[in-house]
Design a protein around this ligand. Structure first.
Ligand code: 13P
Length: 249
């Protein structure tokens, strides 16, 4: 059975001391029936790791370069993340694609490298508002999934989580309806079946992300093809994040 995973993407929020405090609060969330991951900024990772020690909370990062080391100012390697205590890394978030020139090609290179080093990848895909209005959501998602997963084996897929994040729903308060989210998550599962096989499709965790909050998480998480959430704003408030974790069974 595939895992339900609730992951908090802290984006560019929290200094190291603030991160330690928030992670310590989140570490108090007990009896989670799902996997819980927090993804703080790079400089916070060591502090957050220390704060969640002894809990079931897992640590993730928000990006990772494909080279092991070298002249890549501002980037970070998988080895660095692993030594900082990361098990997961988010790759291809729409904010990276929109603001930092991330392309399907670089997303693919990052994903391949992270998996080769043993990190689990939360791969983000999603359409913009214009693309949805133009009726090309499925075309966009299919392109992203095919290019981003190029060269990734069925075996490697055991360490890939897909996060469906419609760009128009991120940080806007505009959540996709449960039907809209389910439709695309189901479409993604169908693509994975096509690219790999039925077993890989059944086993792959597919999250929804975009304005997921305590008051809308239960209906989204109850949908058959939605196996968790990638949470932005609500992951920065312990009570809200705990409520979403509680809905993640
Ligand atoms: P919000 O939950 O703030 O909309 O952000 C979603 C997101 O981008 C998570 O990666």
């Amino acid at each position: 059975m595939r895992k339900t995973i609730i992951a908090g993407n802290w984006k560019m929020n929290k200094t190291p001391s603030e991160a330690a405090a928030l992670a310590a609060e989140i570490a108090q969330i007990k009896d989670a029936a799902c996997e819980v991951v927090i993804c703080p900024p790079f400089v916070d990772l060591f502090f957050a790791k220390k704060a969640i020690e002894g809990s079931n909370i897992k640590l993730g990062a928000q990006n990772c370069h494909w080279e092991t080391s070298g002249a890549f100012t501002g980037e970070i390697s998988a080895d660095m993340l692993i030594e900082a205590g990361c098990e997961y890394v988010i790759i291809g978030h729409s904010e990276r694609r929109q603001y930092f020139g991330e392309t399907d090609e670089t997303v693919n290179k990052r994903t391949v490298a992270a998996l080769a080093k043993g990190l689990k990848v939360i791969l983000c895909v999603g359409e913009t508002r214009d693309e949805r209005v133009d009726g090309i959501t499925e075309e966009v998602i299919a392109r992203q999934i095919k290019l981003d997963l190029k060269g990734i084996s069925a075996e490697d897929m055991a360490n890939v989580v897909i996060a469906y994040e419609p760009v128009w729903a991120i940080g806007t308060g505009l959540v996709a309806t449960k039907e809209q989210a389910e439709e695309v998550c189901g479409f993604i599962r169908g693509l994975i079946k096509e690219l790999y096989n039925a077993e890989v499709a059944e086993e792959t965790t597919i999250q929804y992300g975009g304005s997921m909050k305590p008051d809308n998480c239960a209906e989204l998480l109850a949908m058959p093809n939605i196996d968790g959430g990638l949470i932005g704003g609500a992951a920065l408030k312990t009570a809200d994040f705990a409520a979403i974790v509680a809905a993640g069974k």
